[in-house]
Design a protein around this ligand. Structure first.
Ligand code: HEM
Length: 69
């Protein structure tokens, strides 16, 4: 991904989510195989947006939305 299309937060570049469906594995170290993992197993402490309070249906909807971008 092209650096100039990213914004930097602290020491980590935030990649655009446009066409993120084709750019996995995710996160700076590729530790999330899917977008769902970015929002669930790799975000248990809510540091990357508040997601732990979401219902399974809401996670499904959010994943579907992100993958549609
Ligand atoms: C629930 C809302 C959010 C969604 C759906 C979301 C989605 C995503 C996804 C799918 C990625 C992985 C992109 C990739 O690796 O190509 C990502 C990475 C990232 N997001 Fe978010 N995000 C959310 C909230 C936030 C918030 C609130 C922040 C800042 C406070 C943030 C900052 C970042 C950063 C810094 C990365 C890169 C992390 C890394 O490479 O390890 N995101 N986001």
């Amino acid at each position: 991904m092209v650096i100039s299309r990213r914004f930097q937060i602290g020491g980590v570049y935030t990649p655009t989510l446009i066409e993120v469906w084709r750019s996995g594995p995710y996160l700076h170290d590729g530790s999330a195989i899917s977008v769902r993992e970015v929002l669930t197993s790799r975000n248990r402490d809510n540091k990357h947006g508040r997601t732990t309070h979401l219902t399974p249906q809401q996670i499904d909807d959010l994943v579907e939305y992100v993958l549609s971008l």
